[in-house]
Design a protein. Structure first.
Length: 402
């Protein structure tokens, strides 16, 4: 039976996703090509042996439009036989790219694929592509649409997570990310970014705030209270959750994911084919799953998606050594830990998107790569990566070291 193997995983550092950010001078197609080139160089690949490039990208317009995956393949000077396509499953796009590669390998239709993601949020701001989900009044009314920050606050209200709870989670994310960098835990996978002259542009995740304290987090104002009240989103949400008297707005810029630029890529292929090329297997993909839940609360998909992936793999939470849960908002991860009844010490041991940022289309591939590296560092066996996704979706992938 065929196995889908991860042979390698790399990512760029995350740069602040605004003008003046560390990666803001890098063209999106160039940014996407950096991890692709690194995989080729690190593994001494003849690029004609790569069959496809699959990249997640959420805001695929402007500089990121027109199938940036194929553009990045050409920018990387891959063989002209290498195809490419771009996938958009919102925040789960990078992990969806990997899961599609997994399916293609298992089906026997392809043997070696580069899969990952790209998001240059300094070049193409979030929501630049519009779309019916938020902009079409008929659809928005039908589904009870509210912005994701309101959804995060609904979770916090339902689960009685206080401002202290979410701020404390955010502080720990910052502290863990600082420690991870100090101990060089990302060194295996980070590809520093240089300009055309060979000068260093960015070598570390730029969004981390080393001086974060509970006091400084507590001084930040809620991000979504005003739009919730002034634009009626709280009223919309309360229609779907009538047991609540009001929504407690606890999420701020300090306990929500940061807006950043970044790209990531994994080399995935058939085990026997890869070994014939001299590639060393690092892990196999055990299972994957996607699911959707009630769209107003929107951000509770990681739990049911993880349960679905575990069931497919014939596993339970007791079989998982480490978890990576995308830190879109603090309440998302707190809710996940409570729902699955897992040890919080096994979750995001090197920090997450609150500290390092969330480059939308790249995050899923980034956290899977981080999970792979940490399993190897700790000499553990199995890991699960998961993300919440707009529209109420969730996605999960389970890997096992070889």
């Amino acid at each position: 039976m065929k196995e889908a193997i991860i042979f390698d995983s790399v990512r760029t550092p995350r740069g602040k996703g605004k003008p003046g950010g560390g990666l803001s001078t890098i063209r999106p197609v160039e940014l996407a090509s950096i991890p692709i080139k690194a995989l080729v160089e690190r593994n001494s690949l003849a690029t004609k042996n790569i069959e496809d490039v699959i990249l997640g990208c959420v805001t695929a317009v402007g500089d990121q439009g027109a199938n940036i995956a194929k553009s990045a393949a050409m920018e990387s000077r891959l063989d002209e036989s290498v195809s490419g396509f771009t996938v958009n499953r919102f925040c789960g796009s990078g992990l969806e790219a990997i899961n599609l590669a997994f399916a293609k390998i298992l089906s026997g239709q392809e043997n070696l694929i580069i899969a990952g993601g790209i998001e240059s949020m300094s070049h193409v701001p979030i929501s630049s592509d519009g779309g019916a989900l938020a902009a079409d009044p008929r659809l928005a009314t039908h589904i009870g649409f509210v912005p994701q920050g309101i959804s995060a606050d609904i979770i916090a209200t339902l689960k009685n997570y206080s401002r202290h709870d979410v701020d404390n989670f955010a502080l720990k994310s910052q502290q863990k990310a600082v420690r991870a960098w100090e101990e060089n835990r990302f060194a295996k996978s980070i590809i520093p970014v240089h300009d055309l002259n060979g000068d260093m542009v960015l070598e570390k995740d730029e969004h981390i705030r080393h001086d974060t304290t509970l006091e400084s987090l507590g001084q930040l104002k809620p991000s979504f209270e005003k739009i919730g009240l002034d634009y009626g989103f709280d009223s919309v949400a309360l229609q779907n959750y009538p047991t609540l008297e009001n929504i407690h707005h606890v999420h701020t810029p300090g306990n929500s994911s940061g807006i950043v630029d970044g790209a990531s890529a994994l080399l995935i292929g058939d085990k026997i084919y890869g070994q014939s090329l001299g590639l060393k297997p690092r892990a196999k993909i055990k299972s994957c799953a996607v699911i959707a839940t009630e769209p107003t609360i929107m951000l509770i998909g990681p739990g049911p998606a993880s349960k679905k992936a575990l069931k497919r793999a014939g596993m339970t939470t007791k079989d998982i050594d480490l978890y990576e849960v995308n830190e879109a908002f603090a309440s998302v991860v707190l809710n996940y830990i409570d729902e699955l009844k897992i040890n919080p010490d096994l979750v995001n041991v090197n920090g997450g998107a609150i500290a390092m940022g969330h480059p939308l289309g790249a995050s899923g591939a980034m956290i899977l790569g981080t999970l792979l590296d940490e399993l190897e560092r700790q000499k553990k066996s199995t890991g699960l990566a998961t993300l919440c996704i707009g529209g109420g979706m969730g996605i999960a992938t389970i890997i096992e070291l070889i």
